[in-house]
Design a protein around this ligand. Structure first.
Ligand SMILES: Cc1ncc(COP(=O)(O)O)c(C=O)c1O
Length: 416
C-alpha cells in the first residue's frame, strides 16, 4: 500500500470479532447457515423477538402522547428511571429503612451496558487511579478495550479450567490473593459469565467478597444478564446484593444493562451505580456530580426512548408480571436448546464430554471446540461461532440443532 499523506498517526485496528462474524454470516447465501456468534436472543424460527411486554409498553406510550417525550432529560438521565433501575438491581421493595440504604447509591443513566462499563472505568481512572484492573481470563473482549481506553493497566486472573471445563475458583482466589494490591479494581460478572457461562456458587461469592474486603480491592460488577440468565431477577442479582448488603464498609460499583433482559439492544438503555460505604453518604452527591461532568463532556445525557419503555413496564404491576413471563420464555428456551444440543451429541457419541453444555448458564456456552474446529464448522457447514469456541445458544433451534450437532461430530472425528 502506498504511503498516505496524513497528519494522523494511525494504523489499522483489528475488526471486532463478533461484528465481523455477523457481517460474514449476513452475506453467506448458504440455506442452512447458522449464527452462533452475536449474543442476541432469537426465537425458535431464528427471528428477533421484540418482547410482548415491550410492544404493550410501546403502544401505551403512543397513547400517552407525552409532549415531553423527545425533550432533553437531566445530565444524570431520566430521574424516575434511575430509581427504578437501582431498585431492580439492588432489590429494594419499599421496606422500612430502605431510604437510608438507598442514599448510599449514586446512579446515572448510560449508553447501555457498554457505556456503563466505559463511564465507570473513566470515572475510576480519573478519581481513584487504580494501579491495576483485574479482568477474568477469559472475559467479554470489550472489557480489555474499555480499560485500555481508560488508561488503566490490565492484568488477568484465572477463571476457566480448560481440562475440566469448569470455573477455576482456586486459580482466581490464589492469584488475587498473592498478586492484587490495595486499591486495585476487580471486574466481576454479576451472572452468566461471558464467554464461559460459568458463575461462582453462593459460597464462592461469599469468599470473593471476603477477599475483596480483606485486601481492600474495589469490586466492579458488570450486570448484563439480570433475569435473562435464570429467569429470576433476584437470583441473577444475588452476588451484587450480597456484596452491597453484607459489606457496607466496602465501596463498589455496578454497570447495568437492559439490552438482553428487555430485548432493547439497539435502544442503548443502561445505568451506572456507585455505592459509597456507610460512613460517607454525602460522598454520593459529589460522585454523581463528577459522573455528570464526564457525561456532559461526552454525550450530554443518555437516550430517552428505551428508558421510557423500561419505566413504563416497571412502574406497572401488570406489565412487570408480563415481563417476568417474557424472561421465563427466553431463559427456558435457551435451557431447552442446551439440553437438545447435549442430547444430540451424546446420541451421536461424539468424542469428548458434553455435560458442560447443560451445566453452563446464560446466553453462551464455552463449547471447548478448538479454533481449527471452529474454522471447519464455518467453512464446511456455514456455522458461525467465535474462535474461542464460544457459542451463542440462542442461535440454536429445534430445526437446526441436529444439523449443528452432526457438524460438530464430523469436525471432531475428521480433524486430521
Ligand atoms: C458481559 C457483558 N457486559 C456488557 C455487555 C454490554 O451490552 P450492551 O452495551 O449491549 O448493553 C455485554 C453484551 O454482550 C456483555 O456480555
Amino acid at each position: 500500500m502506498s504511503k498516505i499523506d496524513t497528519r494522523l498517526n494511525v494504523s489499522p485496528v483489528p475488526p471486532d470479532e463478533i461484528f465481523a462474524l455477523n457481517g460474514a454470516y449476513a452475506v453467506d447465501p448458504h440455506p442452512q447457515k447458522v449464527s452462533l456468534g452475536v449474543g442476541v436472543y432469537r426465537t425458535d424460527d431464528g427471528k428477533p423477538w421484540p418482547l410482548p411486554v415491550v410492544q404493550k409498553a410501546e403502544k401505551e406510550l403512543v397513547v400517552d402522547d407525552d409532549l415531553f417525550r423527545h425533550e432533553y432529560t437531566a445530565i444524570e438521565g431520566d430521574v424516575p428511571f434511575l430509581g427504578i433501575a437501582r431498585d431492580l438491581m439492588f432489590g429494594f421493595e419499599g421496606k422500612q429503612g430502605e431510604e437510608e440504604v438507598k442514599a448510599r447509591i449514586g446512579t446515572v443513566q448510560t449508553v447501555a451496558g457498554t457505556g456503563a462499563n466505559h463511564l465507570g472505568a473513566l470515572f475510576l481512572a480519573h478519581h481513584m487511579k487504580p494501579p491495576t484492573v483485574w479482568l477474568s481470563n477469559p472475559s467479554w473482549a470489550n472489557h480489555q478495550t474499555i480499560w485500555e481506553l481508560a488508561g488503566v493497566p490490565r492484568k488477568t486472573y484465572p477463571y476457566y479450567h480448560a481440562a475440566t471445563r469448569s470455573f477455576d475458583f482456586e486459580g482466581m482466589m490464589s492469584s488475587l490473593e498473592s498478586e492484587a494490591q490495595e486499591g486495585d479494581v476487580v471486574l466481576l460478572h454479576a451472572c452468566a459469565h461471558n464467554p464461559t457461562g460459568l458463575d461462582p456458587n453462593k459460597e464462592q461469592w461469599v469468599a470473593i467478597a471476603d477477599l475483596c474486603e480483606r485486601k481492600k480491592l474495589f469490586p466492579f460488577f458488570d450486570s448484563a444478564y439480570q433475569g435473562f440468565a435464570s429467569g429470576s431477577v433476584e437470583e441473577d442479582a444475588w452476588a451484587v446484593r450480597y456484596f452491597f448488603n453484607n459489606k457496607p464498609d466496602m465501596e463498589m460499583c455496578v454497570a447495568q444493562s437492559f439490552s438482553k433482559n428487555f430485548g432493547l439492544y439497539g435502544q442503548r438503555v443502561g445505568a451506572f451505580h456507585y455505592c459509597t460505604n456507610r460512613a460517607s453518604t454525602s460522598l454520593r452527591d459529589v460522585v454523581v456530580n463528577n459522573l455528570c461532568h464526564l457525561i456532559r463532556g461526552e454525550f450530554s445525557m443518555g437516550p430517552r426512548v428505551g428508558c421510557s419503555i423500561v419505566k413504563k413496564v416497571l412502574t406497572s404491576e401488570e406489565l412487570t408480571a408480563d415481563w417476568h413471563q417474557d424472561l421465563q420464555v427466553m431463559s427456558s428456551r435457551i435451557k431447552t436448546m442446551r439440553k437438545a444440543l447435549y442430547s444430540e451429541l451424546v446420541r451421536l457419541q461424539t468424542p469428548g464430554t458434553w455435560e458442560h453444555i447443560i451445566e453452563q448458564n446464560g446466553m453462551f456456552s464455552y463449547t471447548g471446540l478448538t479454533p481449527k474446529q471452529v474454522y471447519a464448522l464455518k467453512d464446511k457447514y456455514h456455522i458461525y461461532l467465535l474462535k474461542s469456541g464460544r457459542a451463542s445458544i440462542s442461535g440454536l433451534s429445534q430445526k437446526n440443532v441436529t444439523y449443528v450437532a452432526q457438524a460438530i461430530d464430523d469436525v471432531i472425528r475428521n480433524e486430521n
